[in-house]
Ligand binder design. Sequence first.
Ligand code: NPW
Ligand code: K
Length: 582
Amino acid sequence: MTELLTAAQMRAIEQAAIDSGDVTGLELMERAGRGVVEAIFEEWPELAKPNRGASPSGSPGYLGPRETRAARRRAVVLCGPGNNGGDGFVVARRLLDKGWDVEVFLFGDPDKLPPDARTNYDVWCSMGAVKKLEVDAVTSGPRPTLLIDAMFGTGLTRAIPLDCALAFHAIEKRDVGDRHPWLVPYHRVAIDTPSGLDTDSGKFLLPEFSGDADDEEDWESYWEWWQNDASMRLLLPDLTISFHRRRLGHVLSDVSRKVVVCDIGLGKEDRHPAHLLWPHSNDVVRLLDFDVPKGRSKRAWPGNDLDKRRGAQSHKYTHGHALILSGQSGKGGAARLAARGALRIGAGLVTVAPTPGALQENAARLDAIMLSPVGDAPTLETVLADERFNALCLGPGLGQERARELVPVALAAERATVLDADALTAFADNPAGLFDMLHENCVLTPHAGEFARLFPDIAEKLNAPATQGPAYSKVDATREAAARAGCVVLFKGPDTVIAAPDGRCSINSAAYERSAPWLASAGTGDVLAGFVTGLLARGFKPIQAAETAAWMHVECALEFGPGLIAEDLSEMLPNVFRKLGV
Ligand SMILES: NC(=O)C1=CN([C@@H]2O[C@H](COP(=O)(O)OP(=O)(O)OC[C@H]3O[C@@H](n4cnc5c(N)ncnc54)[C@H](OP(=O)(O)O)[C@@H]3O)[C@@H](O)[C@H]2O)[C@@H](O)CC1
Ligand SMILES: [K+]
C-alpha cells in the first residue's frame, strides 16, 4: 500500500523529525530543493546538459545569435510567503550554480518570511536579485525554459491572490522572439503542489463569494466565472514534485500531468493511524496469490482462507457461487456483464437470475454462466435457501420496482452483497430505509449521481465550492457515507474512493500513469460490480474485494487501451493475472 498524507499529517511528521534532533528544518528545505532539481533533470534529461554560452567567455563562436538565444536555459521562480517559497530560493540557487539564468520573484514581505525561508532568501540575495511579484513585472523578458511555482504548498488556507494566478499566464505569454512558441521548450513545475490546490481535497480554493447569497443568478455567475475563467489562470503544471509521500490532493485531482515524490529522509514508517492507502500491484498480488511466502504462518496470512482453494483438492464450490439478479427481457445486458466479470475474476460458479420472461434471452447468451429464474420475492427466498450462494449482486439492469421488491429479501439473507445502479436509485426516496437493512458484508458501488441520491446532504457538502482549506473532500464524503450506511462504499470516478464504516479508506486513482479515460463508457460500472461480487464469492472481505476489484478494473482498461468497450474488460483479466504472476 502507498500511504497518502494530509497536510496536517505531513507537518506532524516533519515536526517530529525536527524535534527528534535528527534533522533541522533548513536541512529538510535544502534536501527538498535539491530533490526538485534532480527530479526536473530526470524528467527532462536534456536540461541537465551545461548551459551553452554560460562560460565567462560568452557563447561559443560557432553559434549565431539566434542559436545562442535558443540554447540558453532560463528559469523563472515564483516564490511565496512561506516555506514553499523557501524551497523556491534553494532551487533558484542550485539552477544558477548549474549555469542557468534565473529570475526570482517574491510575493509578500521578505521580513515576514519564516526563518528557514528567510535564510535561503538571504543566501539568494547574495547571488541575484529578487523582484516583487506583480503582473507587470513578470510580463517582460524572454519566456523561460522552466517556470517554477514555489508560491504556496501545504500552508495554503484560502484562494491564492489574483496577482499570483495572473502571473502564471503572464509568463506563458512572454516573448519567444522569432520562433514559433511550440518550438520553444517550456516546462511548468510545481513544488509540492500546484499553488491554489488544497492538498487535502484536490480542489482549487475559490475566492469567497461576495455577492448576494440568496440571488441564484449572482451565485451562478460567480460559479461560471470560476469554472470558465478564474481556474484557467492557475498553473496546470507538467510536473509536480512533492516530498516524502503523496498527498490526498495529488490523487483526488489530476491537475498536474505528473506527480513525483522525492525522499527527503523523513523515514519509511510513519505509522500514523489516519493514513490513507492507495492499493498497488503488490497488495493485489498478495490478496490474489494463494501461495504463502516462506516464514509466514499460513494462519496469519490474509489470503489464508483462499490459498487452500488453489491446491489439487479445490473444486468449483470452494471458489464460491455468485448470484447476479437480473431484470426483464431486453434489459439483461448489464447483469450479464457483471456475471462474466464475476466468473472471470475467479468465482467458482455464477448464476444469473432474470425474470421468467427473460430466461430465453439469457439462455441464448450464456454458457458457462447458469440461470435460475426469479419472478418475485418468495422465489428469491427459496433460491437463497441454498447456502452455497455466498455472494449476491443486485442493481445492473434490475429495474427499480424489482429492486424495491428483491433487495430486502437479499439483504435479509445476510450474504455478501453488492448493491449497484437500480438497487441504489430505487431507494432515493427512502435512503434511511435501505441503511436499516444493510449489514457489514455489503458493498455499495455508486457513481456520483447515485451517491447524491442516497446521500444528498453529503453530496451537497462535497460539491459546494471550496473557499477554505482543508476543504471537504471525496475521502471525507465516502467515509461519512460508509459510516452512515454501515457498510463499505465504493464511490466511483477517475478517483474511486473506497471506505469502510470503521474509517479505513483508500483511493484507487486512475490518473497520471494509470489514466484510462476510455473507462468512462457504458457498462463498465456493471463489470466492476461483477468483479466485486466475484471476489466476495471467493471469500474476500468487503473492503478487500472493493479495493482489489477497483484496481483490477483499471488494470484491465489499461491492458486493452483506447477503443475499449465494457465487454472487453473481463476478457483482459487473464492477461492481467498473468502479468501479476498469480
Ligand atoms: N513539511 C515538510 O517536511 C517540508 C516542507 N517544505 C515546504 O514547506 C511548505 C509548507 O510551508 P508553509 O507551511 O510555510 O506553507 P506555504 O504553503 O509555503 O505558505 C504559507 C504562507 O502562505 C500564506 N498564505 C496561505 N494562503 C494564502 C493566500 N491565499 N494568500 C496569501 N497568503 C496565503 C500563509 O499566511 P497566513 O495564512 O498565515 O496568513 C503563510 O504565510 C511545503 O509545501 C513544502 O514546499 C520543505 O521545505 C521541506 C520540508
Ligand atoms: K507550489
